[in-house]
Write a protein that binds this ligand. Structure first.
Ligand SMILES: Cc1ncc(COP(=O)(O)O)c(C=O)c1O
Length: 379
């Protein structure tokens, strides 16, 4: 029988508990179980933004561009070890939607003659819409399964299902797609900063994700693209901006894509947003992905046990190696419950058609939050 005392004991033994103190939590009575949609603000973000505002921008003025120009790659290098990417293989800019668009376009360019793009009909809407848009523009067919990949140019797939939290075997599925001659674009939006993943060891070549969820980068924080080094010479992306060209300031008549990850860039990066993303990423790096994943698994295990105890049904996998860091609770009144609880400072999110998502963000979520939040649903 799980009780509140069980939760408090787990918090007392939690090696990551001290990280919560590094976040700005103005109202400690709020029970926040939505860090899988928007992470909490690290205290250091405000300090660093103030510093950049006063020192780099106000004092340095245009001179600061000298060290801002390669900020998207520098923050990419800070993120790289958290996802198993190498130095120079990750760049941050814009949002996930745009990064998916570029990566899928780049992938189909590397597989001429193949006529389909494969994506699950249950995948996150923006990924599906982008794929539909590309297919409409290029004449590719959209295939909604991953069985026969012989005519598929690129598979687009979330590592963690945004509804159920089911975690795909990235190594096995990458190998299967590559064996059939298809490229794969992995979406790690729910995985980066949540679970331990080694993209290189999995054989992945293309991946994207956001930084505003488990990486605590802030609202609208820039997304990232991973391109394996072996593709840097050949991948072409559809938006030819001046930040992606060789000798950017030569103002040359023609676009010549850079030979490194910067060929995935577009135009002027959002410096303040990148600085905020860098702060969030630094906290995950300090905690370490192994410890983060271990705590995430323990929090979701605890949530699932509590659901069982309270009679809630959940489609979230029971095998901890097959799930991410949220738990989906099915309820026919899910939408109304989420709305009502939010008004009482208990924050989950709702996903169609009947899912209450309990996000467990290991740097900020306590076992007692999970206990109090799920108990509030029952009440
Ligand atoms: C799997 C997945 N992809 C993409 C996005 C969002 O894309 P964007 O950052 O462009 O809004 C989300 C947002 O929740 C997501 O869960």
């Amino acid at each position: 029988m799980i009780t509140r005392t069980t939760a408090l004991a787990l918090d007392a033994a939690d090696p990551l508990a001290k990280f919560r103190e590094l976040f700005h939590i103005p109202d400690p009575t709020v029970i926040y179980l939505d860090g899988n949609s928007l992470g909490m603000p690290p205290k250091r973000t405000l300090e660093r933004l103030t510093e950049v505002y006063e020192h780099d921008w106000a004092t340095g003025l245009i001179r600061s561009w000298e060290h801002w120009l390669d900020l998207p790659q520098r923050v990419g290098n800070a993120l790289a070890p958290l996802i198993g990417a190498g130095e120079g293989e990750v760049v941050l800019h814009d949002n996930t939607t745009l990064n998916v668009y570029q990566a899928v376009h780049g992938a189909i360019g590397l597989r001429p003659g193949r006529r389909a793009i494969a994506i699950s009909a249950d995948d996150f809407p923006t990924d599906r819409y982008v794929v539909d848009g590309i297919a409409a523009a290029t004449g590719h067919a959209v295939q909604n399964d991953f069985e026969d990949l012989d005519d598929v140019a690129v598979v687009v797939r979330s590592v963690i299902d945004y509804r159920t939290a089911a975690l795909v075997d990235v190594a096995a599925e990458t190998a299967r797609a590559h064996a059939a001659g298809a490229m794969v674009v992995w979406d790690l939006s729910h995985a980066a900063g949540a679970v331990e993943i080694d993209l290189r060891a999995c054989g992945a070549q293309l991946a994207v994700g956001c930084t505003y969820k488990y990486l605590n980068g802030g609202p609208g924080a820039p997304a990232w693209t991973f391109v394996a080094r072996e593709l840097h010479d050949t991948i072409r992306q559809p938006i030819w901006g001046w930040f992606a060209t060789e000798n950017q300031f030569a103002m040359a008549p023609d676009f010549q894509p850079r030979a490194d990850i910067a060929r995935m860039m577009l135009g002027t990066p959002s410096v303040l947003a990148l600085v905020a993303a860098e702060c969030g990423i630094s906290l995950s790096a300090e905690a370490g992905m192994k410890a983060i994943h271990t705590k995430g698994s323990a929090l979701t295990e605890f949530a699932i046990e509590l659901c069982d105890q309270l009679g809630f049904s959940t489609p979230t996998p029971r095998d901890r190696t097959r799930r991410g860091n949220h738990v989906a609770i099915e309820h026919r009144d899910a939408k109304a419950i989420v709305r009502e609880l939010a008004a009482r400072n208990v924050i989950f999110d709702f996903r169609e058609p009947n899912i209450i998502r309990a996000g467990c963000s290991p740097l900020t979520t306590r076992f007692v939050d999970v206990f109090d939040g799920i108990s509030a649903i029952a009440r």
